[in-house]
Ligand binder design. Structure first.
Ligand code: GDP
Ligand code: MG
Length: 204
């Protein structure tokens, strides 16, 4: 089982805990209590990749966002393989609150961290404050992948899609396919953990 850490980043109330609960438990709470300090949940997924089934365990970290816990930020982001950057489509301020988060993650996560940009609460269409153009301008500034995931933890729209997309990216970046047995193993190793086949490192 391959394990990856994903961190959720974004201002208080953008919907980090709701996204996590929707993905891990399939539920939504209108009156969710605020997260105190740091919380995390694990979820197993099986990804169909190159006609193989690859089981992954995602540990998803959720930060309360209160200022008094800011000293925990670097430890929170440490070793993250993917970072979800969330803004609330009904709160313009939440988009600009992200700059700080991005810096902390860039400084502490893995160098090849997968960045996933998430717009939340898209079910609240009549309360929307952030235009598509504004979100796109922010997104393009950082060159994060190809798409903004427009999600609703309430209806579940695009929540699973965002995590499965991330899992595939994590496989692309971190795992390699053994030429001997066809199984997957970490790119950090130069032998297959299943059959022991040695991998010749390509000269760069
Ligand atoms: P966090 O502080 O980033 O963890 O945000 P929460 O997950 O606690 O969400 C803050 C509030 O927004 C809660 O009252 C949630 O019920 C609500 N909320 C979160 N996601 C959604 C969503 O997709 N749609 C709607 N309508 N409300 C949401
Ligand atoms: Mg929370």
């Amino acid at each position: 089982m391959f394990k990856f850490k994903i961190v959720l980043a974004g201002d208080k109330n953008v919907g980090k805990s709701s996204l996590l609960i929707r993905f891990c438990e399939g539920k939504f709470h209108e009156d969710l209590k605020e997260t105190i300090g740091v919380d995390f949940k694990r979820k197993k997924v099986v990804i169909n990749y190159d006609s193989k089934e690859i089981p992954l365990e995602l540990s998803i970290w959720d930060f309360g966002g209160e200022d008094k816990y800011r000293s925990l930020f670097p430890a929170y982001a440490n070793g993250a393989a993917a970072a979800f950057i969330l803004f609330d489509t009904t709160n313009k301020k939440s988009l600009y609150g992200l700059e700080n988060w991005v810096k902390i993650i860039a400084d502490n996560a893995f160098k090849n961290v997968v960045w996933i940009f998430i717009a939340t609460k898209i079910d609240l269409k009549d309360q929307r404050e952030v235009s598509k153009k504004e979100a796109l301008t922010f997104f393009e500034k950082y060159r994060w992948g190809k798409e903004i995931f427009k999600t609703s933890a309430k209806t579940g729209e695009n929540v699973e899609k965002a995590f499965i997309h991330t899992a595939r990216k994590l496989i692309d970046l971190n795992l390699q396919n053994c030429t001997g047995c066809g199984d997957f193993f970490s790119k950090k190793l130069n032998y297959c953990t299943i059959c022991g086949e040695k991998i010749e490192k390509k000269q760069l």
